[in-house]
Ligand binder design. Structure first.
Ligand code: COA
Length: 123
């Protein structure tokens, strides 16, 4: 599938606050990276992030959780691509029955040419 990207990442203590919950910025960074991979796959061109839409942190993510970040292109414009990014958390060693949707957001990317200007994405 050319408009999807995914990755797995472990949450380590350095990604958390003193309460043991993951920093929102750590999760957002993962979402932005994987979202850009999905957008660039679809565009077949480099992309940059132009906007981060609504992001919902539904349940806390803790140190030791395994995160699966799944990104799908949901809309393609002239040069822009909107990507839905879902973050599932799973207890490391807990099995798939511990897997829950933890965070969801929409990010927008723009395909760029060599000068960094917006360039058309093929339909
Ligand atoms: C992204 C960038 C190349 C766009 O350049 P621009 O001249 O403003 O582009 P345009 O106004 O022609 O818009 C290009 C596309 O982006 C979309 N767009 C622009 N701003 C947007 C926003 N705030 N939200 C959603 N889409 C947006 C436009 O609707 C357009 O979509 P379309 O081509 O599918 O119709 C430029 O703003 C840029 O380089 N920004 C910095 C990107 C960056 O460094 N990101 C990393 C984060 S630090």
């Amino acid at each position: 599938m050319d408009s999807e990207a995914r990755t797995l990442e472990m949450v380590f203590p350095e990604h958390t606050n003193p309460l043991g919950n993951a920093f929102g910025g750590f999760v957002l960074g993962l979402m932005d990276k994987v979202g850009s991979y999905a957008a660039a796959r679809r565009a077949k061109k480099p992309v940059v992030t132009v906007a981060v839409g609504r992001v919902e942190f539904k349940v806390p993510i803790r140190s030791g959780d395994l995160l699966e970040v799944v990104a799908h292109v949901v809309k393609v414009g002239r040069s822009s691509l909107t990507v839905q990014v879902d973050v599932y958390k799973e207890r490391f060693g807990g099995g798939e029955e511990t897997r829950v949707l933890a965070t969801r957001g929409e990010l927008v990317y723009v395909a760029i040419d060599r000068e960094g200007k917006p360039t058309r994405v093929d339909a």
